[in-house]
Ligand binder design. Structure first.
Ligand SMILES: Nc1ncnc2c1ncn2[C@@H]1O[C@H](COP(=O)(O)OP(=O)(O)OP(=O)(O)O)[C@@H](O)[C@H]1O
Length: 253
């Protein structure tokens, strides 16, 4: 689904990614850990193709196509969607209109979709205008539910979310990763279900709360623009909780 090869990225004069190699297969969910400022958000922003993130070396291949220099809207059309840590406020653009734009479907029943994330009362408000931390996350999820991407990028889905809303957000993230609300299929064995699931995820987390709700396959730590310490996400989290990121620094040497 996604292949990143020797990716080097600069923001201005600063090299924030220094040779990232990563493959995420169809149906796989990958968890990205790392200390503040290590380049996690920059990686997601680069995958989405935002300006300011200059790829100076390496390439990004999505569904077999080299997307390294494609504009953001083309990446979104190909099936990449992102939930931002701090999305911008857009005055003059109603939430409902943005959700319709994400779906590329004027007839979408936005209200019905919004009910799934308790967001009906926000549809007439300008996007993110005065939204609380938890409301921003639910707005981001609503846009992704409309877009139905094949590769979901989540930048800290837990940040600013209370425990009750965390359960809702966890449930929706799980649904999106399982193929956007795919109906439960008790008739199909787990092993087979995994084979037909084609949605992939790349999730940044500091706290790991999201791991209580989803099936995460693999994880890695991003340290100073380089990936290291591959393992099971729970094991990585436990290790970081006990020892911090010291070991990862040694791992890179
Ligand atoms: N627009 C910018 N101009 C200059 N430096 C930037 C810019 N955006 C990011 N950086 C720098 O790039 C580095 C990586 O930032 P990034 O946001 O990717 O880190 P992160 O791992 O996501 O951190 P956090 O866990 O705190 O969210 C940081 O040192 C940051 O200050």
């Amino acid at each position: 689904m996604l292949i990143i090869e020797d990716l080097h990225v600069k923001i201005g004069d600063k090299e924030v990614l220094k040779g990232v190699n990563l493959e995420i297969k169809a149906g796989e969910t990958f968890i990205l850990f790392g200390p503040n400022g290590s380049g996690k958000t920059s990686l997601l922003m680069t995958l989405m193709g935002f300006s300011g993130y200059e790829v100076v070396k390496g390439k990004i291949v999505f569904k077999g196509k080299d997307i390294t220099h494609l504009p953001t809207y083309e990446r979104a059309r190909l099936g990449i969607g992102m939930s931002f840590q701090r999305p911008p406020t857009i005055h003059g653009l109603k939430t409902a209109d943005l959700v319709r734009l994400c779906a590329r479907n004027k007839d979408l029943d936005v209200k019905k979709l919004a009910q799934k994330v308790n967001f009906e009362d926000f549809l007439d408000r300008d996007i993110n205008s005065g939204f609380s931390g938890g409301e921003i996350k639910r707005s981001e999820l609503l846009q992704l539910m409309a877009q139905k991407p094949d590769l979901l990028l989540f930048d800290e889905p837990e940040s600013g979310v209370d425990l009750e809303n965390m359960a809702l957000i966890g449930k929706i993230v799980k649904e999106l990763l399982s193929g956007n609300g795919m109906e439960p299929r008790p008739d199909i064995p787990m092993k087979e279900l995994k084979k037909i699931r084609q949605v992939s995820g790349l999730i940044i987390t500091h706290t790991g709360y999201i791991l209580d709700y989803i099936n995460a396959d693999r994880g890695q730590v991003l340290m100073n623009g380089q990936l290291c310490c591959e393992g099971r996400p729970r094991d990585i989290l436990e290790h970081i909780s006990k020892f911090g990121y010291k070991e990862c620094v040694r791992c890179l040497k």
